[in-house]
Write a protein that binds this ligand. Structure first.
Ligand code: NOJ
Ligand code: CA
Length: 719
């Protein structure tokens, strides 16, 4: 990462010491463009903040602070000791990303507080005001009377100023793989959330009125508000309890097994609490505030980290054509203790070679193989501590031969480490697991945490696991391995600090269309405003066989058209993108597969052209180091036409637009595979009209035209 400062200036402001006794301090204001932050210490000595956007109140005065296990009042009786301010305007270049250069312009305010009475503990609150919102975090300075301490509750509030439209999932401590419910704030109620057949048995939501972040809100006046956090590390994830009568959200941290929230020592700090605000939905998606609030990379040599596309021995298991397990349980061995093959095992050498050949033929970078290692015969639902070996292949998976074969074809292999939630066991095996990857040349790994966390009582989103995921990222970086984590806490921009943590699932991906009734067509128009505000998602797009793919549920179908599956490679940002379907389903439609072969996974620029959560998204991105652009447009269950000016193209250059669109008679329900590919000459004054079927989309490649194409192709005319 290159980092260059333009201006940084420090400015110290005299402390606004309140008079002894109960009086609110003078408000301290920090304004950047339309965003104004106001901070006061109220009469009770409680820190209070408020946010305005374009002079409208967005966050009404809201209290801040903690209840510690040894001091339930660590939110009041504070006096203001000092304030300091700083202006920052820097630019930095991510290792990979949606844009080449990111500008970080903000005004920082630090408010230093001290308890008025003994033990006179200290608490700092640091605010950063950006043109698209506000971030703040608590800092516990080094001090004599606060060393090791336990957070019983964080009391941060977000008092909203209207009964906003809300896109929410319930405050589950272990999973975010839910369908989003859209309701007003006052309608938030986990008893009435959208559930599917796969949700019910395994999921408990302790607070009927708690939701997860990122929480996307829209006011009646058309202001978009997104509440989340940045740089979550060694602290539990923040969920939000909704006080519907008072339109007030309050921080609800995911507890540990005993109900405590966080074990800290001073000096330390919490993650940033973030409020992104804009009157344009497109600006919410373009916001870089969360990334800017994260730290630069934790290591300097990042040259080995490579964005990539991959295929995998995967969908065939998801759809019941093959199994992860080589043998069946409990009768897995014969009298001599040899594993008895069930003959349905997907990860066998011959099958893996087919995927390697397919990847090599089509220029796909890598192959993921799941089910290669022992343990799958008894992995699910038994909550055993030692299930998987991360160094022992099943007998029919010849790791040496596969390594040799893949290398000879120039294809990378992706390791798979499913832990079935046994995180402690994974930590015991980490060293050998990553040495195994180095030995056999696996430059990346997909990890997984299906099921309850062992040790028992910890949660996927609690402090212990948050730190576990980070320990794994660090270990992987030490071994120059990149990771794609399934079932982690939802991201908070930590991929800036850990650029080898290239993607997470942490949401309801395409796989739900295999093993459950799936997700409604609007789902992918909500994900970028919610789950993806914190970072890339391994959504696994690209399903081409839209019906009849699940052998155990013949009526199952995708909730999208094929053209929309292509568009997702652009609208769902990730530097690692799977082509999730089976090779034969791509080979049956080579013209449509061409888009997946061509589309980039790393970008110099991104334009969010139009967006509305729950309804539609159109995004164009410029391929890294190239003149080509790729555009994706998606809609929900309603047909629509995306009117798309191509004014981002280089002036004076003619391009060929290859449009992969829905056929006129396509619709997600009855005719999802009907697509049409057109080629036109376009330039920066062209306005494309991309007609999308119900549940549909359009994917467009834009490439400088060759001399031959200039002669043979027609100019696009907007109709
Ligand atoms: C759930 C993951 O999301 C999926 O991709 C994986 O195949 C299974 N767990 C098994 O690890
Ligand atoms: Ca909708």
């Amino acid at each position: 990462m290159k980092r260059f400062k333009t201006i940084t200036c420090w400015l110290l402001i005299a402390g606004l010491i309140p008079r002894a006794g109960a009086q609110t301090t003078q408000p301290i204001n920090v304004t950047v463009n339309k965003v104004k932050l106001t901070v006061t210490i109220d009469a009770a000595g409680t820190p209070v903040y408020a946010v305005h956007y374009d002079q409208q109140p967005i966050i009404a005065p809201s209290r801040m602070g903690f209840s510690l296990t040894d001091d339930s009042t660590f939110y009041k009786d504070f006096e203001l000791v000092n304030t300091s301010r700083r202006s920052v305007d820097e630019s930095w270049q991510p290792v990979w990303g949606e844009v080449k250069t990111i500008r970080d312009r903000h005004e920082e305010l630090t408010v230093a507080l001290r308890q008025r009475k003994a033990p006179s503990r200290l608490l700092n609150i640091v605010f950063r005001v950006f043109e698209d919102g506000v971030g703040f975090r608590y800092e516990f300075p080094r001090q004599p009377n606060l060393k090791y301490f336990v957070v019983a509750n964080e009391l941060t509030q977000f008092r909203l100023t209207g009964d906003h439209k809300s896109f929410w999932i319930p405050g589950d401590y272990d999973t975010n793989e839910y369908i989003y419910t859209t309701s007003n704030l006052t309608g938030i109620d986990n008893a009435a959330m959208v559930r599917t057949s796969t949700d019910i048995a395994v999921r408990t939501v302790p607070d009927q009125y708690a939701v997860q972040t990122p929480l996307m809100l829209k006011s009646k006046e058309g202001v978009y508000i997104n509440i989340h956090e940045a740089a979550l590390s060694n602290y539990p994830a923040m969920q939000l309890h909704v006080d519907r009568a008072n339109l007030t959200l309050s921080s609800s941290l995911v507890p540990d097994a005993t109900g405590n929230k966080a074990y800290l020592h001073a000096p330390s700090h919490t993650p940033w609490r973030t409020v992104i605000v804009s009157n344009k939905a497109t600006e919410v998606l373009a916001s870089k505030m969360i990334l800017n609030l994260n730290e630069p990379p934790a290591f300097t040599n990042t040259s080995w980290i490579k964005p990539m596309k991959f295929v995998g021995v995967w969908w065939e298991m998801q759809t019941g054509k093959a199994t992860w397990n080589y043998c069946n349980y409990p009768d897995s061995t014969d009298a001599k203790g040899k594993l008895i093959p069930n003959n349905t095992h997907g990860a066998n050498t011959a099958n893996v070679k087919k995927y390697i050949d397919f990847a090599a033929t089509h220029g796909i970078d890598a192959v993921l193989v799941e089910g290669w290692n022992t343990g799958w015969e008894d992995w699910f639902g038994n909550w055993k501590e030692n299930v998987f070996s991360f160094t022992t292949p099943y007998p029919d998976y010849d790791v040496r031969e596969i390594t040799r074969y893949a290398a000879s074809k120039g294809v990378s292999m992706i390791m798979h480490n499913e832990t079935s939630g046994s995180a402690t066991d994974y930590e015991r095996q980490l060293d050998t697991a990553y040495r195994f990857m180095n030995l056999f040349g696996f430059p990346s790994v997909k990890t997984g945490y299906v099921g309850k966390i062992i040790p028992r009582g910890e949660h996927h989103d609690g402090q212990w696991m948050v730190y576990h995921y980070e320990r794994v990222a660090r270990k992987a970086a030490d071994h120059q391995v990149s990771i794609d984590v399934h079932e982690p806490m939802r991201p908070t921009g930590q991929h800036r600090t850990w650029p080898n943590w290239m993607a997470s699932e942490a949401g309801r991906g395409n796989e739900y269309n295999a093993f459950s009734i799936g997700s409604p067509p609007e789902h992918e128009t909500i994900l970028p405003f919610t789950r993806m505000m914190g970072g890339p998602m391994d959504f696994t797009p690209g399903i081409f066989k839209m019906k009849g793919y699940a052998s155990y549920a013949p009526d199952r179908q995708m909730h999208s058209t094929l053209a929309k599956q292509l568009a997702l490679y652009v609208t769902i940002y990730s530097p690692v993108q799977m082509a999730a379907d089976l090779p034969e389903n791509y080979e049956a439609k080579p013209d449509a597969f061409q888009f997946i072969k061509d589309v980039a996974v790393d970008w110099d620029d991104t334009k969010i052209i139009e967006a509305e959560p729950g309804d539609y998204i159109t995004i164009a991105r410029k391929a890294k180091g190239k003149a080509d652009w790729y555009l994706g447009a998606i809609t929900d269950e309603n047909a629509r036409t995306a009117v798309t000016p191509l004014d981002f193209l280089d002036k004076g250059q003619m391009y060929v637009a290859v449009i992969y669109g829905d056929a006129p008679d396509a619709d997600w329900k009855n005719n999802p595979e009907a697509y049409r590919i057109e080629r036109w000459l376009v330039n920066s004054s062209t306005v494309l009209k991309l007609k999308q079927a119900p549940g549909g989309g359009a994917a467009v490649q834009l490439k400088p035209a060759t001399a031959a194409e200039l002669k043979t192709l027609k100019k696009y005319v907007s109709k």
